[in-house]
Design a protein around this ligand. Structure first.
Ligand SMILES: Cc1cc2nc3c(=O)[nH]c(=O)nc-3n(C[C@H](O)[C@H](O)[C@H](O)COP(=O)(O)OP(=O)(O)OC[C@H]3O[C@@H](n4cnc5c(N)ncnc54)[C@H](O)[C@@H]3O)c2cc1C
Ligand code: FES
Length: 258
């Protein structure tokens, strides 16, 4: 982990309300892995005061360029949405753990919605390079919220679901999961990143089928490095709580108290 000043190389609108930000990554810092995140200081004034966490949607080792998908939600993400090539951004990372490798013989089934699409697409690319064939299920309320150019990097096995039926299967990601072949679902390991309610239903779906499920938890963070306990979530362990920024963000779904 390192604190450094990155340069914005590109900032491209990829869907309604979503940009993909490309920044230089310090070569003295370890490469960020799928599932890990960095905290960014957004803007130069004291507001917003706290750094904000963002996961990686890609990393190119050769050029040392990291990308993140940013959804405009409030003051910090509005500043990032306006970032221009050449701007500086203060980065701390990589932070947290990463998605674990699927067990041999299991099909990795990757599920994402919203800002979860970035890290899941990055993970899908990494798995493909390791000779695994992930199946990806992406969900959104409507087609305009899906970043088509980013999804194209997820590989050939792609299931799209939209709640209003404007693209792919009409329904949520569970409808997408139910559409998968029985032999995929029979021996799979599930990875999910997105809104908490979506992750909870996917975790239940996996549990019913006896499949291992990993969830990347999203929690409002203050320090991002394990010092403040601001990101604690309830878990089934003697400690009762775990910090998303340090023990996570990726957890075995069966340890989470939803
Ligand atoms: C590990 C991790 C990885 C993340 N990766 C990404 C990413 O790749 N792309 C991306 O766009 N966002 C990501 N986020 C969420 C991002 O950090 C928040 O959207 C951002 O901090 C919002 O800042 P803001 O000032 O724009 O909005 P704020 O004014 O801080 O928040 C706007 C609204 O969003 C809600 N909110 C803010 N942060 C979170 C959060 N972490 N979880 C749930 N609700 C929240 C607030 O309650 C509020 O209603 C990630 C969060 C975590 C913890
Ligand atoms: S954000 Fe401070 S401990 Fe996680």
């Amino acid at each position: 982990m390192r604190l450094f000043i990155a340069t914005v190389l590109d900032n491209v609108r990829v869907a309604d309300g979503y940009n993909e930000l490309a920044i230089t990554w310090s070569r003295e810092t370890e490469p960020p892995l799928p599932g890990q995140f960095a905290t960014l200081r957004c803007g130069r004034s004291t507001a917003p005061l706290l750094r904000r966490p963002f996961a990686f949607s890609s990393f190119d080792t050769f050029s040392s360029i990291a990308k993140m998908i940013v959804q405009e939600r409030g003051p910090a993400t509005a500043i990032l949405a306006r970032a221009r090539p050449g701007d500086s951004v203060d980065v701390l990372g990589p932070l947290g753990n990463s998605f674990p490798s699927p067990a041999p013989g299991c099909t990795p089934v990757l599920v994402a919605g919203g800002v979860g699409i970035g890290p899941i697409v990055y993970f899908a690319g990494r798995l493909a390079r390791l000779g695994r064939s992930p199946v990806c299920v992406f969900g959104a309320r409507s087609a305009g919220l899906l970043p088509a150019s980013v999804l194209a990097r997820a590989g050939p096995s792609l299931v799209i679901c939209t709640e209003d039926g404007t693209e792919g299967i009409a329904g949520n990601v569970v409808a997408g999961l139910e559409s998968l072949d029985a032999d995929v679902l029979g021996r799979c390991e599930v990875y999910v990143c997105g809104p908490s309610a979506m992750m909870a239903v996917v975790a239940k779906f996996a549990e019913r089928r006896g499949a291992r499920c990993w969830v990347s938890m999203e929690q409002i963070m203050a320090c991002g490095v394990g010092a403040c306990m601001g990101c604690a979530i309830r878990v089934k362990s003697p400690e009762e709580y775990a910090r998303v920024c340090t023990e996570g963000p990726v957890f075995d779904a069966c340890t989470i108290v939803w």
